[in-house]
Design a binder for this molecule. Structure first.
Ligand SMILES: [Zn+2]
Length: 378
């Protein structure tokens, strides 16, 4: 992305050229203070409905692309926001707390309400400063493939958080994204050739423990029909893992008041992984789906995926993560002042922020529609 200071210098130059003697640099204070972003939101979010669609240069969508677009169009912005708001009612959902357990129940209730048979992964976690392992749980649901129930893509986000706020960004925004996709896929007229698993990891904040437990317990079960002859595959073979973690805030760095004008969805794979080449191809599938199906924000691909639940998968299966910023270069350099803070609240964010998360949902669903073979009707 371009730096905010570049834009600022341009504005100053423009103001000087226009002879605006009283020009005041609007972002200077914020740029200097970073974490002390004012609490009030702008009343008129500027980055909405940019209508990126139609930039294909007049090339008509194929019939298949149009079908994928119809599926993506079933994603609902207000439903995404409402799912996120529901998650934030449980506070930061820190692992091991009653609010985490209650949020897990709530997520499972929603998935069941849409018609899924849910399952839980049970594992043991030893809290820091303790020598006693304690039981923990996480939930997933599966859209079973009609033609290839033995193969699947995994879409993930972590439902636990920290920081004493509401963990809206980290990672209510990704959890609501996966749930909104689950809602769309649950419709009885939506069919998929391959299976799609919607996984809401727990214990991400303690070191990816929930996702690690899933990989440890289930990697060896891939593609096994159980019972034999039943046509049922408790663990379809993994074709790809797509993680969503911190999805809404790309205000540049130094941090600006509004969503940056060049805000985008960052797709990352890990160059230092056994499946790097295949993961890059999965990343390109997402970039292409974004260009085809996202309404307001573009996506870019880079190669330093880190600190997220796709990491335990990356040597076994093509794995990517979607984020508001690149984890190491941007998030790690405090691009999001609300990260793990009490200010990570639903009310902190504007529709321009929510829309970035929503565009990531469009990106993933568009890509998976093509990869898994999803269609509406027969
Ligand atoms: Zn996170």
């Amino acid at each position: 992305m371009k730096s905010c200071s570049q834009r600022l210098s341009l504005s100053i130059a423009l103001a000087a050229a226009l002879g605006l003697a009283s020009f005041a640099a609007p972002s200077a204070t914020l740029a200097q203070t970073g974490a002390q972003r004012p609490e009030a939101r702008p009343s008129d979010p500027p980055v909405l409905r940019r209508n990126l669609r139609g930039i294909l240069g007049g090339v008509e969508m194929t019939a298949a692309d149009s079908m994928h677009q119809q599926i993506v169009d079933r994603l609902d912005f207000d439903s995404y926001k409402e799912l996120l708001r529901g998650l934030t009612e449980f506070g930061d959902r820190e692992q091991g707390t009653p609010r985490n357990a209650a949020a897990l129940d709530w997520i499972e209730d929603r998935l069941r309400g849409w018609g899924y048979e849910t399952e839980r992964v049970h594992y043991m976690y030893t809290p820091r400063n303790s020598e006693t392992a304690e039981p923990r749980e996480e939930v997933f649901a599966t859209k079973v493939g009609g033609a290839r129930p033995d193969e699947m893509y995994i879409l993930g986000a972590h439902m636990d958080g920290r920081g004493g706020g509401e963990a809206a960004i980290d990672d209510g925004s990704g959890t609501a994204l996966v749930m909104e996709i689950a809602r769309v896929l649950a419709s009885s007229d939506v069919h998929s050739d391959r299976s799609i698993r919607l996984a809401l990891w727990n214990n991400e904040e303690t070191g990816l423990d929930g996702a690690r437990a899933y990989v440890e317990q289930r990697a060896g079960l891939q593609g096994v029909e159980d019972p034999p002859g039943s046509g049922r595959y408790p663990e379809p073979r993994w074709l790809g893992m797509i993680q969503h973690d911190m999805m809404m805030w790309d205000h540049g760095n130094p941090v600006t008041y509004d969503q940056a004008l060049d805000a985008d969805v960052d797709v990352e794979f890990q160059l230092n992984s056994a499946m790097a080449d295949q993961s890059a191809l999965l990343g390109i599938a997402l970039i292409n789906a974004n260009r085809m199906h996202a309404s307001d924000y573009p996506a870019v691909l880079s190669n330093a995926m880190s600190n997220t639940d796709s990491t335990p998968f990356m040597d076994l299966v093509p794995a990517v993560s979607l984020r508001e910023n690149r984890r190491l270069y941007e998030t790690g350099n405090r691009a999001n002042p609300h990260w793990h803070q009490p200010t990570d609240l639903f009310e902190t964010f504007s529709d321009a922020d929510f829309m970035l998360g929503f565009n990531a949902a469009q990106t993933t669903l568009g890509a998976v529609a093509k990869l898994a073979g999803i269609r509406i009707g027969g």
